[in-house]
Write a protein that binds this ligand. Structure first.
Ligand SMILES: Cc1cc2nc3c(=O)[nH]c(=O)nc-3n(C[C@H](O)[C@H](O)[C@H](O)COP(=O)(O)OP(=O)(O)OC[C@H]3O[C@@H](n4cnc5c(N)ncnc54)[C@H](O)[C@@H]3O)c2cc1C
Length: 480
């Protein structure tokens, strides 16, 4: 009987719990046993940062319940979340979740579902045992074990876990203020991290609020503020002023194959996408079919681009890709649309130029502790300065800060065991999710799953994209 593998997974969100669930299934299928330590201070399994059970019920999943990924990964479980919602009466209890005959539950509901399914799966006796350590990993180092090179993972509570293999599933790093706003950090009405519970509480209902960023988090913030009776003017600003599309009701079918001869540059990629959309239109197909092809093939497409081309994509195409790819639940999209039409929200395209924690640089303000923000409208030369009472940073995950702010990543990078990808989006991995060391060599027993791999592997962001990656890593571990 081979010895049980000791595996430590850092992070118990969709990625970490997805790996653990796939390991349990691999064990049940036979020939593999493991002791898995799933480290995360959060009480619930699977929810991570995104689907926290206590989150605002107005924050909805952007995929209908019937198409939300089955993180537990079992056969025939594709519609498991929807069935779970039906069994628990979630859909009737939340009539506002319906749009175009589909239901978009609150993200917190998906968190409850994940915990509900994962807990018994992990508690069941079997060849793979999963223990949830409610703690934070603060360091990790390489050690020699009787069975080869492994890891010692240090937890904040003092425990040290020894592992034959380490899987990093640390997720989306918390948002950081863009450089131009750095001087506003610490201001009582500047919300650096809108994903934190109660982040918007310091805002007054009549505040003139500047929302920096116009993506999905902007939609969440507008939903929360309007839902709690905010009546002050809201302004949202981003470089292009693009807001997420509303999720169309129809099911998108992947239809174009871009991978047979993947474009080597973004110009070529853009040309072919435009041609495919035009072709789709001629055949009476929606543009979302082309987008679905890109979503499913993005790993191959991304790996065919040189680092310079990837950088160009980030600089020039990212805003368009995000606005089309990360569609909003229809309720959220309609709310944003209605707020714009009713003059409650204005969306501006432009670049932030300066900011100060004073309501006017020349004085003469009302002394109310306002903010003076200057931006350059897109395509314009003249600077525009305006006073606001509050600012909410909706610029998304602070990828650049992940190594600095996550102690386990910092410790591993400090020893040269992992390194940032060249785009600074996360941890560099090879196509098999193995972390590359400072010299670019892949480690056989150090894996990364989820958003930190997107600089290397493409779009590993949504739950449905993460699940296959989690499965691949579990298979690699089970066969090691
Ligand atoms: C605001 C928001 C809304 C989203 N909405 C959707 C949606 O509707 N549909 C969709 O498909 N996708 C959505 N996503 C995408 C999301 O990235 C994935 O769906 C998925 O939840 C990511 O899971 P994860 O486990 O990789 O990361 P996370 O959910 O970020 O979880 C990572 C976990 O790692 C833990 N962790 C980190 N460092 C340590 C450490 N040192 N020690 C111990 N634990 C640690 C954290 O506590 C956290 O629980 C959304 C993302 C965000 C940010």
């Amino acid at each position: 009987m081979p010895r049980s593998l000791r595996i430590v997974i850092v992070g118990a969100g969709v990625s970490g719990s997805g790996v653990a669930a796939a390991l349990v299934r691999a064990g049940a299928a036979g020939g593999f046993s493991a002791e898995v330590e799933l480290v995360d201070p959060r009480p619930s399994l699977g929810a991570g940062l995104t689907y926290e059970p206590g989150g605002d019920p107005r924050h909805r999943v952007n995929v209908p319940s019937i198409r939300m990924a089955a993180v537990t990964g079992g056969e025939g479980e594709e519609e498991d979340f929807h069935r779970w919602c039906l069994e628990r009466g979630v859909l009737e209890a939340d009539p506002a979740g319906w749009a175009d005959g589909l239901h978009y539950p609150a993200r917190s509901v998906f968190g409850r579902y994940l915990d509900d399914r994962l807990r018994p799966l992990f508690a069941a006796a079997g060849p793979v045992r999963v223990t949830h350590r409610r703690d934070r990993a603060i360091a990790a180092r390489r050690i020699e074990t009787p069975h080869g090179i492994g890891f010692a993972v240090e937890l904040a509570g003092g425990r040290v876990l020894e592992a034959d293999a380490l899987v990093l599933c640390t997720g989306n790093p918390r948002p950081e203020l863009p450089g131009v706003l750095a001087g506003l950090a610490g201001h009582r009405r500047v919300v650096v991290d809108p994903w934190a519970p109660g982040a918007l509480d310091p805002l007054g209902r009549s505040d003139r609020v500047l929302i920096v960023g116009t993506g999905l988090t902007m939609g969440d913030v507008v939903s929360t503020l309007l839902g709690r009776g905010h009546h002050g003017p809201l302004t949202a600003l981003s470089r292009h002023g693009l807001v997420p599309r509303s999720r169309p009701a129809g099911h998108a079918d992947s239809w174009t194959d871009f991978t047979a001869d993947p474009p080597a540059g973004i110009r070529d990629l853009l040309r072919r996408v435009r041609a495919a959309v035009a072709d789709a239109g001629r055949q009476g197909r929606p543009w979302t079919d082309v987008l679905e092809s890109l979503r499913l093939q993005n790993g191959t497409l991304w790996s065919a681009l040189s680092i310079d081309e990837r950088r160009r994509f980030q600089r020039h195409l990212r805003p368009w890709w995000d606005a089309h790819r990360f569609q909003a639940a229809p309720q959220v999209a309609h709310l944003v649309e209605a707020a714009r039409a009713g003059g409650r929200l204005s969306v501006l395209a432009g670049r932030l130029v300066a900011a100060s924690a004073d309501d006017h640089p020349l004085g003469g303000g009302d002394g109310g502790g306002g903010l003076w923000i200057v931006h350059r409208p897109r395509g314009g030369e003249t600077l525009v300065g305006r006073s606001y009472d509050a600012l909410v940073n909706c610029t998304g995950a602070g990828h650049g800060a992940s190594f600095r702010r996550n102690p386990v990543l910092a410790a591993l990078a400090g020893q040269g065991l992992i390194r940032p990808d060249p785009l600074g989006m996360g941890v560099e991995v090879d196509m098999r999710h193995r972390a590359l060391d400072a010299g670019g060599r892949p480690a056989s027993n150090l894996f990364v799953v989820g958003p930190p791999t997107r600089g290397s592997l493409g779009e590993v962001v949504g739950a449905s994209e993460i699940v296959p990656h989690a499965l691949a890593v579990a298979e690699a571990l089970a066969s090691s």
